[in-house]
Design a protein. Structure first.
Length: 166
């Protein structure tokens, strides 16, 4: 027994799958088989959607988890120095995201500036280079636009970093 090609094309090509088979020229057994196949296709589509949604949620929670841990690391450095322990991954996250005001709030950024005073080695040199590059690019964008854009906020933060580290 074969499934009607029209039903297969409907089931595989359309976003919304039919709920049941309603063709008059099918026998009851053929309808039952066709209904089961359509149901199986619908379940596969639903499973695929759930899997994709799960990946997105996992990525978001992973990002927010890293952010939370890095900010807790910074807070521990400022408030409980005797319990604080250096963690390179947290420092790297902070250095990569310190110009983004949505990830590092202004209050945390002030603490981060104090933290940066003690930064050493290649991390210090790289941070200065990136900050100077951001300042140079930010100056060009200030002349083009009058408003305070996100990029200008990053440039302002970069200026503060350069002042601290130079």
């Amino acid at each position: 027994m074969t499934l009607n090609p029209h039903l297969i094309s409907l089931a595989t090509s359309s976003e919304e799958l039919p709920t049941s088979v309603e063709e008059e020229n099918l026998s009851p057994e053929e309808r039952r088989v066709a209904d089961r196949k359509l149901k199986k296709i619908r379940r596969k589509e639903e499973k695929k959607k759930r899997r994709e949604e799960g990946k997105n949620e996992a990525e978001q929670s992973k990002t927010s988890s890293a952010q939370t841990q890095a900010l807790e690391y910074l807070t521990c450095w400022s408030e409980k120095r005797e319990q604080w322990k250096f963690q390179k991954t947290r420092q790297v996250w902070l250095l990569q995201h310190m110009y983004d005001s949505t990830k590092v709030s202004d209050a945390h950024f002030k603490v981060l500036l104090s933290y940066l005073e003690g930064i050493q080695g290649v991390a210090r040199e790289t941070t200065v280079q990136k900050a100077e590059a951001l300042v140079r690019c930010g100056e060009g964008s200030e002349e083009a636009e009058g408003g305070a854009t996100d990029y200008q906020k990053k440039a302002h933060r970069a200026r503060e970093v350069v002042q601290i580290l130079s």
